[in-house]
Design a protein around this ligand. Structure first.
Ligand code: NAD
Length: 301
């Protein structure tokens, strides 16, 4: 079965819109997100535009704060501190990447974890590891939501996560191995967490043999066709996080997007599989909206 991330994301946006409309009817203000962007990268501009559009669609007030490429690290830090103490803002993100003269870790570490709706501060990551209430980075949160909405339990299952990045692989592995009652509220009924997790990366030996023992495989490597049919046992759940551009002169833009999975040959063996595009991707922005509303509730309690 193909997991329809686009449909689930649309369902969630509708639910969030209803939730915000109800807040407004109670006389409460809308949640507010600020997006900090430095410089003029076309890719970042597109991501930010998509985030602003998604906020507008559900009724989150969103402001874009654009700074020139030459901004100093110190001035950007001052902006972060200002946003930390701005009571009208429930959450904010700093769009990555930043220009090379600015240390991303320094900037991210300065964000108040309660407003860190990208879930990237060391405090949020540490809290997630310890099972404390935290804001979880968008893609792992979105994948967890997909599994929940498709009622795919993870308890006792062997999950292989390919990739160990701070934004996908590591937090994903932590969420899956956690005791579920310690995780975020408002999740659907399926039992998430309590999995046996194997984390694989570029130095892993015999990835194929490890993958064949998996009940669920989550691939976040950024390598087209990394997961092939011979690596997947019948009935496996396959979640493809990868987004790779492949030259394709026949495509309108001269390229097309593919994931990390050889979809055509893996799909017939998989119990569930996410397509690229239309699987995990649409869930990532929706998770940012959910994180913003979560931060709003904490902030306005
Ligand atoms: P990253 O480049 O930071 O990390 C990639 C990881 O994959 C590394 O840990 C590396 O060790 C591992 N890896 C690479 N090649 C491998 C191989 N041959 N075998 C085993 N492990 C291998 O990547 P990231 O930021 O986690 O992103 C991964 C992919 O997911 C990228 O394609 C990215 O574009 C995509 N992504 C998609 C979304 C989404 O919303 N769908 C969100 C974030 C990232």
């Amino acid at each position: 079965m193909i997991i329809d991330g686009k449909q689930i994301a649309a369902d969630i946006r509708r639910e969030l819109r209803a939730e915000i409309e109800a807040l407004l009817r109670e006389g409460r203000r809308a949640p507010k997100l600020a997006i900090v962007i430095v410089g003029h990268s076309p890719a970042s501009e597109t991501y930010v535009a998509n985030k602003l559009k998604a906020c507008a669609e559900v009724g989150i007030e969103a402001v874009k704060l654009a700074y020139p490429t030459e901004i100093t690290e110190q001035t950007l830090l001052t902006e972060v501190h200002r946003l930390n103490s701005d009571d009208s803002i429930d959450g904010f993100i700093v769009q990555l990447p930043l220009p090379p003269h600015i240390n991303e870790t320094t900037i991210l570490s300065a964000i108040d974890y309660r407003k860190d709706v990208d879930g990237l501060t060391p405090e949020n990551v540490g809290r997630t590891v310890q099972g404390l209430p935290s804001i979880i980075s968008a893609t792992p949160r979105g994948i967890r939501e997909l599994l929940a909405r498709y009622r795919i339990p993870t308890e006792g299952k062997h999950v292989v996560v390919i990739g160990r990045s701070n934004i996908v692989g590591k937090p994903m592995a932590i969420l899956l191995m956690q005791r579920p009652y310690l995780s975020l509220p408002n999740m659907s009924a399926a039992s998430l967490g309590d999995a046996t997790v194997t984390i694989c990366h570029s130095k892993t030996r015999d990835l194929a043999a490890i993958c064949r023992t998996a009940d669920i495989i989550i691939v976040a490597a950024g390598s087209p066709n990394l997961l092939t049919a011979d690596m997947v046992s019948e009935g496996t759940v396959v979640i493809d996080v990868g987004i790779n551009r492949i030259d394709d002169p026949a495509a309108p833009r001269g390229y097309r997007l593919v994931g990390d999975v050889d979809f055509e040959h893996v799909a017939p063996k998989a119990a569930y599989i996410t397509p690229v595009p239309g699987g995990v991707g649409p869930m990532t922005i929706v998770s940012l909206l959910q994180n913003t509303i979560q931060a709003y509730h904490e902030h306005t309690r």
